[in-house]
Design a protein around this ligand. Structure first.
Ligand code: ASP
Ligand code: MG
Length: 418
């Protein structure tokens, strides 16, 4: 199984280059199934087009529009393979048997029935499947899997077809210790655990689609993230047990930044049982997803405290409106809203058993004069909130502090990083 991302098939020349790569793989005696993303920034352009036509595009129609991007790339890629003398057949997600639920814009795969793909393979053809899309079992409408969803298509098909492994081709040599567009000294990892990738992608790193990683872990799909612009070995996803038995036992795997969140502070909240429950029940009912929460100890005799949480900027208005509506009920003093924050996350499976990780991170922040506004942790992640304006500098400082700097400058082969 091979999946090519948008930057690998950005224009006609790239499509031909990828076609050659696929043909070479096939000629080496492998059976190949290909999943392809939309060319370059096509998906973003289609979204912009939809928004020019309609401020709030109908979800069913938006999905229909966006799936056109992958249809273009699958067809031209198949043509290019034909010109190299092999047979390729393109299939939409629906034709390839990707059955989903009916949630437009972020549908979940519920079944994979790849009969047509198996038939094409048995007839010696190379199936080219449009990523990021499927068909709803109940409504029969075309759905999309959410941005970056082609990764998930590839892993789901790899699982259903029992592929030996799933190669995810991108514009850099694998999964890096930090975004190579931000940290020039970042280096590609040889291996990373499924859990680490999940933490990185959930915390702003543009690596793999989270659902793809969950799916791969569940169905034990071997995933290899690598560049379509080089022949270098990339990064293999491994289990914790494989990590433990392996040679390489890095404590830290990487650092990511996330600029998509805002910070809401509820000032002067009466410190008594039930207030937090009331606040967060209302926030949840408003459909706002909370990330970090901090509550201070109440100050002196006032019996009041501040409660701060972060949520996606996109949900900021909703959160504020919701809190205003319960102001009298809770009896807090005021609200503060700050969307100039960055969350920086350090991820590593070895963190569990190594003391001093947080101390090193806090010292690195201190040395560049970065104030830490919030802290949260999981078993294998340590996150801090700081000013957005110094995020890149902080990521670099942390990268250096944990000795992840490489001697060579990271290579970014293509893509706009959009
Ligand atoms: N073309 C879609 C996107 O840009 C899906 C993908 O690239 O995986 O999000
Ligand atoms: Mg894309």
């Amino acid at each position: 199984m091979q999946k090519y991302g948008g930057s690998s098939v950005a224009d006609a020349a790239s499509v031909k280059r990828v076609a050659q790569r696929i043909v070479d793989t096939k000629k080496q005696g492998n059976e190949v199934v290909v999943v392809v993303s939309a060319m370059g920034d096509t998906t973003d352009e289609l979204i912009e087009l939809a928004e020019q036509v309609s401020p709030n595009p109908a979800a069913r129609e938006l999905d229909m529009l966006l799936t056109a991007g992958e249809r273009i790339s699958m067809a031209v890629l198949a043509m290019a393979i034909h010109d190299l003398g092999l047979e390729a057949r393109s299939y939409t997600g629906s034709q390839a048997g990707l059955i989903t639920d009916s949630t437009h814009g972020k549908a979940r795969i519920i079944d994979v029935a790849p009969e047509r793909i198996q038939k094409a393979l048995s007839e010696g053809a190379i199936p080219i499947v449009a990523g990021f899309q499927g068909v709803s079992k109940s409504t029969k409408d075309i759905t999309t899997l959410g941005r970056g969803g082609s990764d998930t298509t590839a892993v789901a098909l790899a699982a259903a077809l029992k592929a030996d492994f799933c190669e995810i081709y991108t514009d850099v040599d694998g999964i890096f210790t930090a975004d190579p567009r931000i940290v020039k000294k970042a280096h590609p990892l040889k291996t990373i655990t499924y859990e680490e990738v999940l933490e990185l992608s959930a915390n702003g790193a543009k690596v793999l689609h989270s659902r793809c990683v969950e799916y791969a872990r569940r169905f034990k799909v071997k995933v290899h993230v690598r560049s379509s612009f080089s022949n270098n070995e990339g990064t293999w996803l491994i289990t914790e047990d494989e990590r433990k038995s392996g040679m390489e036992q890095a404590i830290i795997s990487g650092v990511a930044q996330d600029l998509a969140d805002a910070k809401v502070t509820i000032v002067g909240v009466p410190d008594k049982p039930g207030t937090a429950a009331t606040i967060f029940e209302n926030i949840a009912n408003a459909g706002v997803n909370i990330d970090m929460i901090v509550q201070n100890v109440s100050v002196g005799s006032s019996g009041k405290t501040d409660v701060t949480f972060t949520c996606p900027k996109a949900d900021g208005d909703k959160a504020l409106k919701c809190l205003e509506s319960i102001k009298d009920k809770i009896n807090f003093d005021s609200l503060d809203y700050d969307d100039q924050i960055a969350k920086i996350s350090l991820v590593g499976a070895g963190m569990k058993s190594h003391p001093g990780v947080s101390a090193t991170l806090f010292r690195a922040m201190a040395q560049i004069g970065a104030n830490i506004e919030m802290i949260s942790t999981s078993e294998i992640r340590l996150s801090v909130v700081t000013r957005a304006s110094i995020a890149a500098k902080a990521v670099e400082a942390i990268h250096t502090a944990f000795e992840m700097d490489s001697d060579n400058e990271a290579i970014v082969y293509a893509g706009t990083g959009r």
